[in-house]
Ligand binder design. Structure first.
Ligand code: LLP
Length: 427
């Protein structure tokens, strides 16, 4: 399914509901999420990887209790990376053994909560954390299943990847230099830990499988070294998330079944060559599941023509509901949503209402020349890392997330109010 289509008179419909009706009920700005599209993407990932692999949705992309319920129903697992995400996962009813806890600096409380809840996997990120999780599990009388996160010296973004011998970043234990092998020894020395496998995450918004192939090659190399040193074949590998989506028509993302086939092939080939039984594979897509399923709808408040340059179109949100343009120079498209127009295109910049010039939603956009105050604009592909990275900058209330399905809409996260903003102000 495609989240947004044009209805009979040219206005956008989302999940079968006219955008004007949605806005009348829920206001602007708002994120409208197509539940059926979300579920279909979950199923596509599940089906692509099949029963001998696990798909962990990366909750950082967007998480709320309803999403947790959908994931549970559609057979996905859930990757969380904070106490807050863990609490939401449990509150939404995800069985603990389908939850993985990530993080490079998990607090004592987060570790304790996860072990106590019985999460299926804690992904260990440092030598110190091995001791911490082991001690907590021992104290609670548990044997905790863990994976060790390794950095394989591959960094992938969008169209390219680079392989470097030494990485200068905070995650995981480096394969190069033997830190990962040291970590393996330390985990195996802990009775309260069960080393289930090795984890690698190489980056985000990746369109090319080459980086994953190098990562798989190196991870399998570690499994082989573990077998040779310890006489132990680890049963799991996780190759992380990162599959790219189309933000603009120029993007050409891989489908889940393509990535599944590529990853399965490379892992099988590498394991066969190393004489290892093929471990159970897991992946952690976030953006590719939720990104395309939501549209942000704004109302145009002001237009300003800069002769010879362009027209600035100001909407009633901005960097507080979508920081990605300012933060990553991310590209989005935008469309006039409340009507169609025969007017010729004009060059615009769609900007927000915040007090800085970097507050840009879409840097270069062609909108009809008659785009005017009161028109609704839709920015597609805002399901991932928009609400989850939203802020209250300038004391702007965060927009609601509204799920639409079968012509019916319901609020998943309500719009913040001024009372919400003032509630924390206790001085
Ligand atoms: N697994 C791990 C260990 C991760 O660190 C991430 C993303 C994922 C999975 C999910 O990656 P995805 O499939 O969604 O690309 N906020 C940024 C992206 C940072 C992602 C960090 N980790 C953005 O807005 O693009």
């Amino acid at each position: 399914p495609r989240t947004a289509r044009r209805g009979p008179d040219g206005a956008l419909t989302i999940g079968g509901v006219d955008v004007r009706a949605l806005v009348e009920e829920f206001g602007t700005p708002a994120y409208f999420l197509d539940e059926e599209d979300f579920r279909a993407r979950c199923r596509a990932w599940r089906d692509a990887f099949g029963p001998d692999a696990d798909v962990f949705y990366a909750g950082k992309a967007f998480l709320c209790r309803a999403v947790v319920r959908w994931l549970t129903e559609e057979g996905l697992n859930l990757d969380v990376c904070s106490g807050g995400e863990l609490a939401t996962a449990l509150a939404g009813g995800m069985p603990a053994d389908r939850i993985a806890l990530h993080g490079n600096n998990k607090s004592a409380a987060e570790i304790e909560r996860a072990v106590e809840a019985g999460v299926g996997r804690i992904v260990l990120d440092s030598l110190q954390e091995i001791e911490r999780v082991a001690a907590t599990a021992r104290r609670l009388g548990r044997r905790q299943r863990v994976q060790l996160r390794v950095t394989v010296g591959v960094e992938a973004h969008t169209h390219e990847f680079i392989a470097t011998a030494h990485e200068d970043q905070k995650f995981g234990l480096a394969l190069a230099g033997g830190q990962a092998a040291d970590g393996v020894r330390r985990v195996l020395a802990q009775d309260s830990l069960e080393l289930a496998g090795v984890h690698s995450h190489i980056g985000s918004q990746i369109f090319d499988t080459a980086g994953f192939e190098v990562a798989a090659h190196r991870v399998v190399g570690l499994l082989k070294a573990i077998r040779d040193e310890h006489g132990l074949e680890l049963p799991e590998i996780d190759l992380g998330g990162g599959l790219g989506i189309a933000y603009t028509p120029a993007d050409d993302p891989r489908e889940p079944h393509e990535i599944a086939r590529a990853l399965r092939d490379i892992v099988t080939r590498e394991c066969d060559a190393a004489g290892l039984a093929r471990p159970r594979l897991s992946v952690e897509p976030g953006r590719a599941v939720v990104g395309p399923t939501a549209v942000t709808v704004y109302e145009v408040g002001t237009t300003k023509e800069l002769p010879g340059l362009r027209t600035y179109v100001s909407v009633d949100g901005g960097m507080s509901d979508n920081i990605r343009t300012a933060l990553y120079d991310a590209e989005y498209s935008v469309a006039l949503a409340s009507r169609t127009s025969e007017a010729p295109p004009m060059l615009t910049r769609v900007v927000g209402k915040h007090c800085e010039s970097g507050d840009i939603v879409v840097r270069d956009a062609h909108l009809p020349a008659d785009t005017a105050v009161g028109d609704l604009l839709a920015v597609p592909a805002t399901g991932a890392y928009c609400r989850s990275m939203a802020s209250n900058y300038n004391h702007v209330a965060r927009p609601p997330v509204v799920a639409v399905r079968d012509g019916r809409a319901r609020v998943l996260l309500r719009r913040e109010t001024e009372e919400d903003l003032l509630r924390l102000d206790v001085g």
